[in-house]
Write a protein that binds this ligand. Structure first.
Ligand code: 8YV
Length: 313
């Protein structure tokens, strides 16, 4: 292609340089700046590349009469009106199963950091207390503990494999039992929370799962229980979580996602019984390059009339 024939592509999320370099060989990339600027190029835009946590704002989708495909750099669809995309015959693709293992790793990282006092032990060492002959408080083992997984899709199943490798007992909550899984299916989230020592959230963010983790669930999880969230912030009632953390209704939480990212509720920042990450579960070089390649492959397939690799619609 020449610059005259390259299709314009609206970029809503920063992508790794190698991904952008390859994309720019086939598309004229327009990073989104404002709706006013978008209006100047809107009629030509046929493709969007965006992130799972960025999505596509309704006003952006509405402003693009020629939009034909949205390639998502992630698997979360909570920020995209898929029904509206279908109505307008806009294809949507996600990076299916590319980030599964990294997100499951982050889930276990948050759990282990929390249970093994990673942050406070390092501070203990940095403060010189170990050198002074002191010892930090004992931590808690995963061995033999009960891990409940809320949401048993690809990521939840990958977490289960890791938890079983840590000799944990695993059960799961899901809208329906996972055929072929030998693990215990618990259709009642409250009962799962009561049973579990650790509750991991890997549910998709939907209207049905909004605030599904509420004060009652946290109460059921109990004073020795810990909560891990690598799904979306919206699945947790954050006011209830903050109260439960402050009042020790639960022992602690490991959180990679929050409501109102990146300006999260400052109350999280003063808590000692949390391990926090800035939505980094899939953010490894290897996985983000593979996700970027998926975006490229889907876009090139679409515009050459070939089947999409990982379509949602
Ligand atoms: C990315 C994600 O951090 O898969 C998702 O939906 O949240 C993550 O993989 C996100 O897509 C970046 O916007």
């Amino acid at each position: 292609e020449t610059s005259q024939t390259k299709r314009p592509l609206l970029l809503l999320e920063p992508l790794p340089e190698p991904t952008l370099k390859t994309l720019s060989e086939h598309f004229t990339i327009h990073p989104f700046t404002s709706m006013d600027e978008l209006a100047k190029i809107a009629s030509g835009i046929q493709a969007i590349a965006t992130g799972g946590s960025y999505g596509v704002a309704p006003e952006v989708m509405a402003a693009l009469p020629d939009l034909k495909i949205i390639a998502v750099n992630g698997v979360g669809l909570d920020r995209i009106d898929v029904a509206e995309a279908k109505r307008r015959n806009i294809h949507v693709t996600v990076t299916t199963d590319i980030s599964t293992n990294d997100v499951a790793d982050m889930t276990m990282l948050l759990l282990l950091a929390l249970k093994r006092n990673l942050k406070s032990n390092e501070q203990f060492l940095l403060d010189g207390q170990w050198a002074d002959g002191k010892l930090p408080p004992l931590a808690h083992s995963l061995n033999g503990r009960r891990l409940g997984i809320a949401g048993f899709g690809r990521i939840g199943q990958a977490v289960a494999r890791r938890a079983e490798a840590s000799n944990m007992e695993v059960a799961y909550f899901n809208p329906h039992p996972r055929t072929g899984s030998p693990l215990t299916f618990e259709p009642d989230l409250g009962k799962l929370a009561s049973w579990a020592d650790v509750l991991v959230i890997t549910l998709p963010a939907t209207p049905e799962t909004k605030h599904i983790i509420n004060a009652d669930i946290l109460e059921a999880l109990g004073k020795d229980g810990v909560l891990i969230n690598t799904a979306r912030g919206s699945v947790i009632d954050e006011d209830a979580l903050l109260a439960a953390l402050k009042n020790r209704t639960i022992a602690g939480a490991g959180l990679d996602v929050f409501q109102n990212e990146p300006k999260i509720n400052p109350a999280f920042l003063s808590l000692e019984n949390v391990v926090l990450q800035p939505h980094q579960a899939s953010a490894t070089v290897e996985t983000r390059l593979a996700m970027g390649q998926n975006i490229i492959d889907n876009l090139l397939a679409f515009f050459s009339g070939k089947p999409l690799l990982t379509p949602v619609c």
